[in-house]
Design a protein around this ligand. Structure first.
Ligand SMILES: NC(=O)c1ccc[n+]([C@@H]2O[C@H](COP(=O)([O-])OP(=O)(O)OC[C@H]3O[C@@H](n4cnc5c(N)ncnc54)[C@H](O)[C@@H]3O)[C@@H](O)[C@H]2O)c1
Length: 268
């Protein structure tokens, strides 16, 4: 949380962070708050009115239209406006297209797994963006920031469906920026690469990922010196700092693009 009040000029800005109860979203909410913004955590694991490190929480399932509208209504009722939406909630279930070894069919991509990832990562981003954009249109402007992933551009062994959801987010970002720019709404995305562990990296996740990569969970590499030019994984606060900048007017001419934050690993 290095962002200080002042330079960014986001004091009192109302910023919804979906999936803000854990991992990257939690650090984003904390960084925004440290810079003076009113971060609102919209997450399915919180209760309405709960405070997390001082940030107001609203219970929300981003894949459910009614739940999203109710969350947006609650925020507008409380704060009167929405200056930015950080569309961060996401899930990742490593799955192979075909389990060629034939040992663990549960790690082959099923229709159910496909639907779960696309419901949260793609439909959830669309529903939240639509509900917030309606409010931003009435206000005369705003920012929508979608949390993508390096894998959306690069692809990822054992994570094809997840990567496809992030590719969809990058595409939404480009199109929505073209639709909403004339209404002073910027739409952009950021794409983290390999980050320090979050709630997403559960034991079940590690086991599935290891199988898709033909190794044991304990053999999943943590030696990043050869694969990441900066030689380390990314800090969650580094994503928080990027997001705080991107939602601020300091980034006022950036729209319709996905910014990599991957230590030099991703291509442009
Ligand atoms: N961790 C990484 O290395 C990494 C890398 C690139 C991109 N990302 C992206 O960053 C975002 C956050 O990932 P993370 O690693 O912090 O994950 P995380 O599992 O730590 O946190 C995700 C949060 O989203 C919430 N959530 C899940 N489904 C939801 C739903 N339907 N409605 C509302 N909230 C829901 C969870 O309760 C949780 O608080 C995701 O979009 C992920 O794809 C993460």
């Amino acid at each position: 949380m290095e962002a200080k009040k002042g330079w960014l000029g986001i004091e009192d800005r109302v910023v919804i962070v979906t999936g803000g109860a854990s991992g990257i979203g939690r650090h984003v909410a904390d960084t925004l708050k440290a810079a003076g913004a009113r971060a609102v955590i919209a997450d399915m694991s919180v209760e309405n009115g709960q405070l997390l490190d001082g940030s107001f929480c609203v219970s929300c399932n981003v894949g459910d239209k009614e739940s999203v509208q109710s969350m947006v209504d609650t925020v507008v009722q409380k704060y009167g406006r929405i200056d930015a939406l950080v569309n961060n909630a996401g899930i990742n279930m490593p799955r192979l297209l075909v389990d060629a070894a034939g040992e663990k069919p549960e790690y082959e991509l099923s229709e159910e797994d496909f639907a779960r990832m696309f419901t949260v990562n793609v439909k959830g981003v669309f529903l939240c963006a639509q509900a917030c954009a309606r409010q931003m249109l009435m206000q005369g402007g705003g920012v929508i920031l979608n949390m993508s992933s390096e894998s959306g551009k690069e692809g990822s062994q054992g994570q094809s469906a997840y990567s496809a959801t992030k590719g969809a987010i990058d595409s939404f970002t480009r199109s929505w920026a073209k639709e909403l720019g004339k209404h002073h709404i910027r739409v952009l995305a950021c794409a983290p690469g390999i980050m320090e562990a979050t709630g997403l990296r559960t034991a079940a996740y590690n086991e599935a990922l290891a199988y898709t990569r033909g190794c044991k969970p304990e053999e999943l590499s943590t030696d990043y010196s050869k694969v990441i030019p900066l030689g380390r994984d990314g800090k969650l606060d580094e994503v928080g700092n990027l997001v705080a900048y991107l939602v601020s007017d300091r980034a006022g001419y950036i729209s319709g693009t996905t910014i990599n934050i991957s230590g030099g690993k991703s291509r442009g």
